[in-house]
Design a protein around this ligand. Structure first.
Ligand SMILES: [Zn+2]
Length: 400
């Protein structure tokens, strides 16, 4: 009997629709849902308003960067009590949640308060002009009555999704089982593939914000995925450097940088068969680690099964080290507030020069002391880091 890999699936994917029309997808890696013995039939019975359509983004003529103006986000849920967590399964708390089911493994749904969404509500007001969407253009611009090219706008098309890593409110990514972390890797790849296929989308960025210090509004372990209708500023600068390196040398910048870090050795934290974690040579944040595949891979979709398996293990290892990086006065570990973001090749540009990497960074520069992005960083984007990257790497190695 021959078995196609897809038949030996490790995750069952079940899409459904919430009361306001938003999409929700269950990714089940355990029984009774994985085999299909029980199906996902729960219905969202909340009386929700109609789903939000795309807001507006405006072009900052001074920098050429797009800014999404999402004032509806001011009303979003802010640190609700645990019984009212919108990311817990329905039935546990006092309020029906975003997830109609009474239990789940991993679930993805469209953000109720998105910065980017499908459908257009961008009518173009009198003080806005037509937009030239530049290199990452949407091709769906609109004109206002008094077209001033310096006041350009466009519908903030795209999609924002929430990824719940587990139904366990008190867990964290670092406490997930390797099996569950592996499911999240598959989910990131699935969403990258699907979101990349949407009309307006130019870039897909899966990320996790963890900790109140960096503005997390919900404690439930979750990440987000933004699908942008343009190439964001940092992505554009990564792409520019990679393109220049490729034109000059014919090689991939990410691959040459990995070779240079391995050669230097002093900043390497974890060296696996398929993945390497290192503190970058010019780390900008007090704690910053890059996790890169050893093979040239443009995005999460292109990762082979063995690479996904090891990614789950290496990422958990890295996060567990980060959660012991600082200790409180009594010697107990301090859960590190962090931002973790996947830099992937943009959807339509530079796919031949881009190389996938995960950037994990923290603003915590000592227990109880945050680095503020102040004058130099916020004003002109010139970073000052008080901590030598080699010291960070040595500490992370020692925690292994
Ligand atoms: Zn919760």
């Amino acid at each position: 009997m021959t078995e196609h890999p897809d038949i030996l699936q490790r995750v069952r994917r079940t899409p459904t629709t919430l009361a306001d029309g938003r999409e929700l997808i269950y990714f089940d890696d355990s029984e009774p849902y994985l085999s299909g013995a029980t199906s996902r039939a729960a219905v969202d019975e909340r009386p929700l308003d109609v789903r939000p359509t795309a807001g507006t983004m405006r072009l900052d003529a001074l920098t050429g960067d797009w800014v999404s103006i999402a004032d509806h986000r001011q009303n979003r849920t802010f640190l609700p009590p645990a019984g009212e967590c919108p990311l817990c399964p329905t039935g546990g708390g006092t309020m029906p949640s975003e997830i109609p089911a009474h239990e789940y493994d991993v679930v993805v749904f469209e953000n109720r308060f998105p910065s980017f969404a499908s459908g257009s509500a961008d009518t173009g007001s009198a003080d806005t002009g037509s937009a030239d969407t530049g290199s990452g253009g949407t091709g769906s611009t609109s004109s206002g009555a008094t077209a001033n090219p310096l006041l350009a706008h466009a519908p903030a098309l795209g999609r924002c999704e929430v990824v719940c890593f587990t139904s366990d409110h008190g867990a964290s990514f670092s406490s997930l089982s390797p099996t569950r972390a592996r499911t999240v890797v598959d989910v990131w790849a699935d969403r990258t593939s699907e979101l990349s296929a949407l009309d307006a989308v130019e870039h897909v960025f899966p990320f996790e914000n963890r900790g109140e210090e960096i503005g997390v509004t919900l404690h439930h372990p979750h990440g987000q995925i933004y699908a942008y209708p343009f190439i964001p500023a940092r992505t554009a600068s990564l792409l520019r450097a990679a393109t220049e390196h490729h034109q000059r040398t014919g090689r991939l910048l990410g691959a040459d940088l990995l070779a240079a870090e391995l050669d230097a050795g002093s900043r390497v934290v974890i060296r696996g068969t398929h993945w390497t974690a290192y503190v970058p040579y010019a780390a900008a944040w007090p704690v910053e680690v890059h996790l890169v595949p050893n093979r040239d891979v443009p995005d999460l979709v292109a990762l082979a099964s063995a690479e996904r398996d090891e990614l789950a293990e290496v990422y958990l290892d890295l996060l567990r080290r980060l959660d012991r990086y600082y200790e409180g006065p009594d010697g107990s570990p301090i859960a590190l507030p962090y931002i973790a973001g996947w830099h992937q090749a943009p959807v339509h540009q530079g796919r031949d020069v881009s190389r996938l990497h995960l950037q994990v960074m923290s603003v915590l520069r000592a227990p109880g002391r945050l680095k503020y992005l102040a004058g130099s960083e916020s004003g002109v984007g010139a970073w000052v880091n008080d901590v030598a990257p080699e010291r960070v790497a040595a500490r992370l190695r020692e925690l292994g």
